[in-house]
Design a protein around this ligand. Structure first.
Ligand SMILES: NCc1[nH]cc(CCC(=O)O)c1CC(=O)O
Ligand SMILES: [Mg+2]
Length: 326
């Protein structure tokens, strides 16, 4: 026998001990479930590149939400899909009082008053240019976009949103939105800022889901360069100072170091967005029989928590909840 004073395997010798010493845990309430809504009735359309994820009309979404809330999921992030015919340069549909997205928020809140509803603040689903900001001569205008985001935010707050998620990456928008909300009496509406949002290939399936891909160019003049880390600190610092309640890193898996960095530097909750492409990757491999989808899913979610995220926006929310609930 070799004389070893440290045998780490002792802490792995039984299921009980392994559980006892487990450092990071996943809870169903860690998840925010992103969901897609479209206009119409009795619609449930599977997103091709996201098996198991659908675009629902409101009636079917309300049905689905029964299942979602029964699983113990406490929060959703709702994204609208608009037809090309409703889009314009200034995303006017986004703050039109009678638009189906805003009416849906109110209807969901009525039926599920306890459910936390997060909304997306950005122009892209409503923009004929498919960009998150206002386009002029091929350029994305920062300050003119803020005004539109302010209108959109106020409309979503009025509709009943609990948390607004500015995902546009314009400078100064958190402060602008905060002030606009406060001025109109919505001091209780929270902001979860997409603080470090990278220009990523992993948003592909989401843009399929919403038919929201940019009509020209790319998003590199507002979303961050995947090579940069210090810049994430600056973005987070600004959002913190401007009044964000929570900071988000997006995507999650290629940016675990950024999650950790923000968690170590800020005293507000850090969220991570396990994005559409990260979901699609695991689904595709699992459907091919190339890996165990359930195990890969749980491992990935745990890694995001371990890196320091308090909550995780994930399309896996339902499936992971089923496993966690046993
Ligand atoms: N403002 C748009 C927005 N909000 C959330 C996502 C991506 C989410 C995902 O891939 O799951 C995107 C796409 C983009 O920036 O092009
Ligand atoms: Mg910023």
């Amino acid at each position: 026998m070799i004389n070893l004073s440290r045998r780490p395997r002792r802490n792995r010798k039984s299921a009980g001990i392994r559980e006892m010493v487990q450092e990071t845990t996943l809870r169903v309430s860690d998840f925010i479930y992103p969901m897609f809504i479209q206009e119409g009735a009795n619609q449930k359309v599977e997103v091709k590149s996201m098996p198991g994820i659908y675009r629902f009309s409101l009636d079917n979404l309300l049905e689905e939400l029964k299942e979602v809330t029964d699983l113990g999921i406490v929060a959703i992030d709702l994204f609208p899909n608009y037809p090309e015919s409703k889009k314009d340069r200034i995303a006017s549909e986004s703050y039109h009082e009678n638009t189906f997205y805003l009416k849906a928020i109110t209807a969901i809140k009525e039926q599920f008053p306890e459910l936390v509803i997060m909304t997306d603040v950005a122009m892209d689903p409503y923009s004929s240019d498919g960009h998150d900001g206002l386009v002029e001569n091929g350029k994305i205008l920062n300050d003119a976009t803020l005004e539109i985001l302010g209108n959109m935010s106020l409309a979503q707050a009025k509709a009943g949103a609990d948390i607004l998620g500015p995902s546009d990456m314009m400078d100064g928008r958190v402060g602008y939105i905060r002030k606009h909300l406060d001025t109109h009496g919505f001091t209780d509406v929270s902001i979860m800022s997409y603080s470090a949002k990278y220009a990523s290939a992993f948003y592909g399936p989401f843009r399929d889901a919403l038919q929201s891909a940019p009509k020209f160019g790319d998003k590199n003049s507002y979303q961050m360069n995947p090579a940069n880390k210090r810049e994430a600190l600056l973005e987070a610092q600004l959002d913190f100072e401007e009044g964000a309640d929570m900071l988000m890193v997006k995507p999650a898996l290629s940016y675990l170091d950024i999650i950790r960095l923000l968690d170590e530097n800020f005293e507000i909750p850090i969220a991570a967005y396990n994005v559409s492409g990260e979901y699609a990757m695991i689904k595709a491999a699992a459907l091919n029989g190339w890996l165990d989808g359930d195990r890969a899913m749980m491992e990935v979610l745990l890694s995001i928590r371990r890196a320091g995220a308090k909550c995780i926006l994930t399309y896996f929310a339902k499936e992971a909840a089923m496993i966690l609930n046993g």
